[in-house]
Every structure is written in structure tokens, then in C-alpha cells.
Design a protein around this ligand. Structure first.
Ligand code: PLP
Length: 454
């Protein structure tokens, strides 16, 4: 890739400083941000001509990597044919995509499209509350989520997000959101002596529903594996237990597949690791289009939609999104899913995790690694000062690992600014289409970096 002229680079850096507001970032006067210019597969090149392997798939979304011509063509062709159309009426790619999603989820679902994961979750909360009213239980409005979980940046989704650092100066949140402890065996919230932390964490949801009164609880929302909050991976039985509890109390189970959907964990959807679980509502974004265009989706089981069919002026979902389900985004999603199936991306993730990426688990030998948690191409490496005390590693140590990897051409992430004092989990989540050479480079770079860390 061409390296930009020095004066162009300087102009871009100045304009970036003066005009562009970066997400989740402190303003650093005279800072030197990474400005990307182009990408190919799992790699991108910055304006200085440096190449990096993107070990976190952008924001965990670039599942098929950069530069898939078929996806770009699908968007362009759709835009030429029908540039925009609202879903107050209907259009072909949205119909086809909704049918495909239902097929992939393994039951009959009706899908409402939006533009992002946050909006997909907002939509789910509104549907859950309205459903219970129209199902004869108007008192059921509370939504339960878990500490450490992230569900989005808009106020409803942020209210479900139980990460204190993300809420500073934006609270109070929306009323009716409650939080319960996560199934986090490494630092079990119920005490170190607890032997089955996952079971106790699931039973706590039962307990909280009883304490609150089941007649007041509308839904539980959870990711199959907490991703941004530190990659917390319970046993497959945890979700089965939660699903049983929800069913017992007529509480809807909303599964947030924004990160784990479309192959990330080695199954098409993360909930599919737990046999017999069929969520009432599934929310999706990110990997739905591999990040090529924005799209969010809220898929709702048919029996819930039944309640929105009833006659009356206020029985339908009074919710709209101008761009939600944009024809080009839906066409991109259809092509993305077609490639995932054609290239057996899901099976590939499971295989390459086993044969290559899984070597990251050996990092557990390192004195500063407390735990390596993973599911498919989703890795969390929890750093500690020492294994005995489990005291979280310092920000400096976290920054050092990330900085050394970057010097060697690898971008990895962390659960930054989530839970006070516990932002000590490194995150590795490469594109699902990464080549074997990419994955070998990733593992070797991380392992070499840890060798430099003492
Ligand atoms: C689990 C989860 N849910 C929802 C969201 C929100 O998605 P978006 O940024 O597209 O609004 C995210 C974003 O990182 C996420 O990780």
C-alpha cells in the first residue's frame, strides 16, 4: 500500500486532533493516533505504511476480514437497484434475511431490523415489556442483566450494562433494570470456597426473581459468554439452568448474540453450545454483516409475535428506525451469511482454535497470567500481579503487553474502562477468516511478548 506524503499525514493528524471525537478515548494533546488507510483480509495498513494484524476484528465485528469483493458488490448492486426503502413497507433483501435468520436460529422467529447492537437490545426491551402487557401481565416490566456485562451505549442498553465505569456521569439509568452477579468462577462473587459458581450464579437469578416478585419481571438479558466485560465463560449447563428458571417464572430470555453470533465461538450462535436452549429473543449486529455496513436485528419467537397481531390501535409495536434494515445492509448480511456457510467458517473456527489459537492457553504457565478463558475465536487472558493473591495487573502492565504487540504488528485489546479496578483482561478475537499463517503469527507474537514480561 502506498505511504501518504508526509504533508498529507500531518494534515490528517491535525484535523484528527481538531475535529474528530474518538470513541471511548481520552483526548491526548499532540497524540499520535493510528490512522488506517486500507485493509486486506485480517490486516490493515496505516497512513505511515505500517501493517498490523487486527487481533480484535475492529470492535469484534470484522469476521470475514477486509476486501471481500462479493460483499462489496452485493451492496453496490442493491444500492443501484433500490437505494433505500423503509420497513414500514417491505423490500426483498429484508424479507430474505428475516427468513434466513429464522432458519439459522432453528425455530420460527420474526425479526425487527435496526442499525446496531444497542438498538437491537433497546428493541428487545420494548418488545418484552409490551408483550407482557398484551399477554395479560401488565406488571411485568423489570429487566435483569449481569454485572460486568455490556449491552450497548444508548440509555436503555446502558441501563442493562452493569459496568460502573461506562455509566459514570450518565446515571441514573432507565428505571426497572436490575443486576445479578456473573458466573465468574475465577473470582466467584459468592466466595472462593464455592465449588459450583455457575450453578450458584444461575440460582441467584431464580432468587432475585422471587425476591422481586415474578409478576414484576419481564426478561433476563445475557450474552452466552460475557465478552467486553472480560470474557467470562461459564459451563454450557449455566445457560440451560437460566433458561429453565426463566421458563418457570414466565420471564423472557433475551440472548445478546451481538459478539458471539455468526461463528465467533465455534457455533453459529453462542447459545447453541447449550443443548435444548431456544431463546425467546435473540439480538444481533456486528458479525451479521461482518462490519461491512451497519445492521442490528431483534429476532422474536413466533408465539411472542402472536400477541402483537391482535386488533386495536395500540397492539402493534410502535417502534421505527429510518435506516434499520437498509436494503444494502440486508443484501450485505445475506452475502456474508452465504460466505460463512459456503466456506464453513463455523467449523473452521472450531478446528483452528483447536490446532493453532488454542496454544494461547499455554500462557497459563506465565507468572502474570491468572486465567485464560475462551470459546472459539474469543479469548480473554486475565493478568494478575501474582497468581497467589490474584491482585489485578496494573494498567501499566496491560499497556505494556498491548504496546509490545503493536510494535510487532499485532493489535490486541482489553476490557478497558469497564469495572473499577478490574480492567485486567487482554482480549484476542481475530477475524474468523484469518489464515493459518495469520493465526500462527498472532500466537507467536503474544507468546514472545509474554516472554519479555516479568
Ligand atoms: C454484547 C454487546 N451487545 C451490544 C453491543 C452494542 O453494539 P453497538 O456498538 O453496535 O451498538 C455491544 C458492542 O460492543 C456488545 O459487545
Amino acid at each position: 500500500m502506498s505511504k501518504l506524503e508526509v504533508q498529507d499525514q500531518q494534515l490528517l493528524a491535525t484535523q484528527d486532533q481538531d475535529h474528530l471525537w474518538h470513541a471511548m478515548s481520552r483526548h491526548v494533546e499532540g497524540g499520535n493516533p493510528t490512522i488506517a488507510e486500507s485493509g486486506e483480509g485480517a490486516w490493515f495498513t496505516d497512513v505511515d505504511g505500517n501493517r498490523y494484524l487486527d487481533g480484535v476484528s475492529g470492535l469484534w465485528c470484522l469476521n470475514l476480514g477486509h476486501g471481500r469483493k462479493e460483499i462489496v458488490d452485493a451492496a453496490a448492486q442493491q444500492m443501484m437497484k433500490l437505494s433505500y426503502f423503509p420497513l414500514t413497507l417491505s423490500h426483498i433483501p429484508a424479507i430474505q434475511l428475516s427468513a434466513k435468520i429464522s432458519d439459522l436460529l432453528g425455530d420460527t422467529y420474526k425479526t425487527f431490523f435496526s442499525n446496531s447492537g444497542s438498538e437491537a437490545n433497546e428493541t428487545a426491551f420494548k418488545i418484552a415489556r409490551q408483550y407482557h402487557i398484551q399477554n395479560g401481565n401488565p406488571g411485568k416490566y423489570k429487566i435483569i442483566s449481569r454485572y460486568r456485562a455490556y449491552h450497548g451505549s444508548t440509555l436503555g442498553a446502558l441501563s442493562a450494562t452493569a459496568q460502573a465505569n461506562r455509566r459514570i456521569k450518565y446515571d441514573p439509568g432507565v428505571p426497572g433494570f436490575l443486576h445479578v452477579p456473573p458466573p465468574y468462577s475465577y473470582r466467584c462473587p459468592f466466595g472462593e470456597e464455592v465449588t459450583d459458581c455457575d450453578k450458584v450464579a444461575a440460582d441467584m437469578i431464580d432468587q432475585v426473581i422471587n425476591w422481586e416478585g415474578a409478576e414484576s419481571v419481564a426478561a433476563v438479558i445475557m450474552e452466552p459468554f460475557i465478552s467486553g466485560g472480560g470474557v467470562i465463560v461459564p459451563s454450557d449447563q449455566y445457560l440451560q439452568r437460566v433458561a429453565e428458571i426463566c421458563k418457570k417464572h414466565d420471564v423472557l430470555l433475551i440472548i445478546d448474540e451481538v459478539v458471539s453470533g455468526f461463528g465467533r465461538t465455534g457455533k453459529m450462535f453462542g447459545f447453541m453450545h447449550s443443548d435444548g436452549v431456544q431463546p425467546d429473543i435473540v439480538t444481533m449486529a456486528k458479525g451479521l454483516t461482518s462490519g461491512y455496513l451497519p445492521l442490528g436485528a431483534t429476532a422474536v419467537k413466533a408465539h411472542i409475535f402472536e400477541k402483537f397481531k391482535e386488533k386495536g390501535n395500540d397492539k402493534h409495536l410502535r417502534h421505527v428506525s429510518t435506516y434499520g434494515g437498509h436494503p444494502a445492509s440486508c443484501a450485505v448480511a445475506l452475502k456474508n451469511i452465504e460466505i460463512i456457510e459456503k466456506e464453513n467458517i463455523v467449523g473452521r473456527v472450531a478446528d483452528l482454535d483447536e490446532s493453532i489459537l488454542g496454544r494461547l492457553r499455554d500462557l497459563i504457565q506465565h507468572p502474570h497470567v491468572g486465567e485464560v478463558r475462551h470459546k472459539g475465536f474469543l479469548y480473554g487472558i486475565e493478568l494478575v500481579k501474582d497468581k497467589q493473591s490474584k491482585e489485578p495487573a496494573s494498567d501499566e502492565m496491560m499497556a505494556k503487553v498491548i504496546g509490545l504487540c503493536k510494535e510487532k504488528g499485532l493489535i490486541i485489546g482489553r476490557n478497558g474502562d469497564t469495572v473499577p479496578g478490574f480492567n485486567n483482561v487482554l482480549i484476542v478475537a481475530p477475524p474468523l477468516s484469518s489464515t493459518e499463517a495469520d493465526l500462527n503469527f498472532l500466537v507467536e507474537t503474544v507468546v514472545n511478548t509474554f516472554e519479555q514480561l516479568n
